[in-house]
Design a protein around this ligand. Structure first.
Ligand code: AMP
Ligand code: MG
Length: 412
């Protein structure tokens, strides 16, 4: 049995990110939200493209207006320059142009005086206050210089990055393909959601949970259904799954019961088993294996208990999907230190994960353990979970208001 931190290190070491040449696709920018950029982007455009005004006001020559606080300058207005308009005149001594936010600074001018510091009289304007040299001018290339790197590869494309790519006239982008995750459930007792249940039978909820988790992680779930506790059927499905996916997630059948065949089948298929059980609760029976095939799939034999499936996914599988996805940083789980609302208990023998909710109280997060049983077979009170409190080995009690580490889950 390995510790949770050793298990995480072993597992992350087994994963190589997708290939930045082979494993990419070109997609429309409009559907690129949450995808991972596969190639660095450079632009032939400067940002700003030209010197432009940060204010509504007047484009002036600084030397004409530098003494305006004592002695207002009076300038002749030669043209109006709204946004989108190309100036026609060069500003000569004693001249100015009316200018609006985002509009091109005309030749000759070097400074903008905001309109609140002026008084207009027909074709003339009085400058009532001296500006600073170059005030309110956004200089060409001051935000970004053409030809340099605009965005690096390996970042997630969210609204700001998508806006940058749009401004740089990139209607299509090269992104990593979604990691493929095959999912199946094992157990003679399992039925699909639409089948009537006989005594002893339950619905295969793990397949639904895993499909949702995988999709939310940005990967593509491939659902392979329910497999009976039958070595022949299991071997067939496992062989198929590892041939088509980057990651395989099975649930159930990895414990020490008479009908738990998964590990034996993995061995018969020449898989290398790296982990068989982890010192955690829930989630002790956890098999992690690799196959010596070209796509080097990573196999997770997750426990069958519904709570254990969710907890082991959040703790171990999610970082793997992130690393595989091509994103260059931020794979590891994020832990916060917060106050616990309730007393939290563990038997201290294994690292214990208790599910519940982070509430914001006066701007500070507080962990509220879910009401009801924290049994790994209890699925019902997992609803609305957004954090797991972690009690390390040896820690049996956290008092109310005491600090506890939590794994924050992104459910958004
Ligand atoms: P196992 O690890 O196969 O011994 O399963 C442990 C427990 O989890 C048993 O009570 C199973 O009935 C339950 N279980 C296994 N697979 C699933 C599933 N796909 N959905 C819901 N519960 C399951
Ligand atoms: Mg089973």
């Amino acid at each position: 049995m390995v510790s949770v931190s050793d298990a995480q290190a072993i597992i992350l070491n087994l994963v190589q990110p997708l290939n930045h040449q082979r494993d990419t696709e070109v997609i429309d920018l409009l559907i690129a939200n949450s995808r991972i950029l596969a190639k660095p982007v450079t632009s032939p455009l400067d940002f700003p493209h030209w010197d432009n005004s940060a204010m509504d006001g007047y484009a002036v020559r600084y030397e004409d207006v530098q003494h305006s606080s004592e002695n207002p300058a009076i300038l002749e207005i030669v043209e109006d320059i709204p946004a989108g308009y190309q100036p026609k005149f060069t500003i000569q001594p004693g001249q100015t142009a009316r200018i609006f936010t985002g509009a091109v600074i005309p030749a000759g001018a070097d400074t903008v005086v905001m309109q609140e510091k002026t008084r207009r009289e027909e074709n003339r304007v009085f400058i009532l206050d001296a500006p600073k040299p170059q005030e309110f001018v956004r200089h060409k290339a001051s935000f970004y210089q053409s030809g340099t790197q605009l965005l690096p590869a390996g970042i997630k494309l969210n609204a700001p990055e998508i806006a940058v790519l749009a401004a740089a006239q990139c209607p299509q982008v090269s992104v990593y393909r979604r990691p493929r995750v095959a999912i199946f459930s094992t157990g003679d007792e399992l039925m699909t959601v639409d089948q009537p249940l006989q005594p002893g039978q339950i619905v295969d909820s793990n397949q639904y949970a895993l499909a949702a988790l995988v999709r939310q992680s940005g990967a593509e779930p491939i659902l392979l259904g329910i497999v009976k506790d039958d070595p022949v059927a299991l071997e067939k499905v496992i062989a198929h799954a590892v041939a088509i996916a980057d990651i395989v997630l099975s649930s159930g059948g990895v414990s020490v019961g008479d009908y738990d065949y998964v590990d034996k089948i993995l061995e018969s298929l020449r898989a290398k088993i790296h982990i068989r059980s982890v010192e955690m609760r829930p989630g002790k029976p956890l098999t992690v294996a690799t196959f010596p095939t070209q796509n080097f799939p990573l196999y997770f034999g997750l426990p069958g208990n519904p709570a254990a499936v969710l907890v082991t996914f959040w703790r171990f599988v999610l970082p793997v999907i992130k690393k595989l996805s091509g994103i260059t940083e931020g794979w590891e789980s994020v832990f916060l230190k917060v106050r616990s609302h309730h007393e939290l208990r563990s038997n201290g023998k294994r690292e214990t994960y208790l599910w519940g909710k982070l509430h914001l109280i006066d701007g500070v997060y507080e962990f509220h353990q879910a009401d009801g049983s924290q049994s790994s077979g209890n699925l019902i009170n997992l609803a609305q979970t957004n954090a797991l409190a972690v009690l390390p080995v040896g820690k049996t009690l956290i008092y109310p208001q005491e600090e506890v580490q939590v794994l924050q889950l992104s459910n958004g």
